[in-house]
Write a protein that binds this ligand. Structure first.
Ligand SMILES: Nc1ncnc2c1ncn2[C@@H]1O[C@H](COP(=O)(O)OP(=O)(O)OP(=O)(O)O)[C@@H](O)[C@H]1O
Length: 253
């Protein structure tokens, strides 16, 4: 098995209207790393993430997930790529559409052909990892936003992904739900790429961060070092919350 969960080389992409969003992105993430992807609005973060499972393609460069190239023309390998790259979207309602939580979490593995006790065990394990076993028989739309986000994480974990990609995981969460999700994520034994504008969350969860700006990776290093560099932050329109000092946090584990 490849030691890299993700390897991106020279990724460039323009939308059909001609907007060039990525200008040659190079990025590698080792298995088991937790990395934050930071950057101002319009930097190209979403465009980048949509290339990781082949939703966007057609530019130049390459993306490999655990050594397997993302090739949208190869339907069989794309299926495997979509199992390996688990994307948790910002809005859980984009991810939850079945009558019960259990069916939502079972949907992906069932699609891969899993049935019976094996499927049940997979669903139970995924829900337990996010502390949501007790809502398995409830309707997703009757859960709180924070609960729905956790269930959305479970739907992805049920696929046993190589890399968990989280788009703004802390958005719309109250402080307690935000902290509880951080504890859950820190406990997972999976490679994580987290797109976020929440710099303290990046500092808490991700030892390493990449700053995307103007369609390239403008900086890549220890989260604490990047956040302690006011000139770098200002250059890329990143701002720490009022009163927040990166030195006040222990380094992410
Ligand atoms: N469907 C589209 N068609 C044309 N241009 C697009 C499209 N989607 C995004 N863009 C452009 O591509 C660039 C990168 O946008 P992208 O959404 O990837 O940035 P982002 O870093 O995710 O921003 P945000 O933090 O606001 O989510 C921007 O210039 C944006 O206007």
């Amino acid at each position: 098995m490849d030691e890299l969960s993700l390897e991106v080389r020279g990724l460039a992409f323009a939308y059909p209207d001609g907007t060039q969003a990525l200008f040659g992105v190079d990025a590698s993430i080792a298995r088991g790393e937790r990395v934050a992807l930071l950057g101002p609005n319009g930097a190209g973060k979403t465009t980048f993430v949509l290339h990781l499972n082949g939703i966007l393609a057609g530019g130049s460069g390459s993306v490999k997930v655990a050594g397997l190239p993302v090739d949208p023309k190869d339907k069989k390998s794309l299926r495997e790529i979509r199992r390996r790259v688990g994307v948790v979207f910002q809005d859980p309602d984009d991810q939850l559409f079945m009558p019960t939580v259990r069916e939502d979490v079972a949907f992906g593995p069932a699609n891969l052909g899993m049935r019976g006790p094996e499927l049940e065990a997979r669903v139970t394990a995924a829900l337990e990892r996010v502390g949501m076993g007790h809502v398995a028989d409830r309707a997703p739309q009757h859960l709180s936003f924070g609960q729905r986000r956790r269930v959305a994480v479970a739907t992805v974990l049920a696929m046993e992904p190589e890399i968990l990609v989280l788009d703004e995981p802390s958005s719309n969460l109250d402080p307690a739900s935000r902290r509880e999700l951080a504890e859950i994520l820190l406990d997972l034994d999976v490679t994580i790429l987290m797109v976020t504008h929440d710099l303290p969350y990046a500092a808490q969860l991700c030892p390493r961060s990449m700053i995307m700006s103007g369609g390239v990776i403008a900086a890549d290093g220890k989260t604490r070092d990047l956040l302690a560099d006011p000139a770098l932050l200002a250059e890329h329109r990143l701002e720490l919350p009022y009163g927040f000092h990166p030195d006040s946090l222990p380094e992410a584990p």
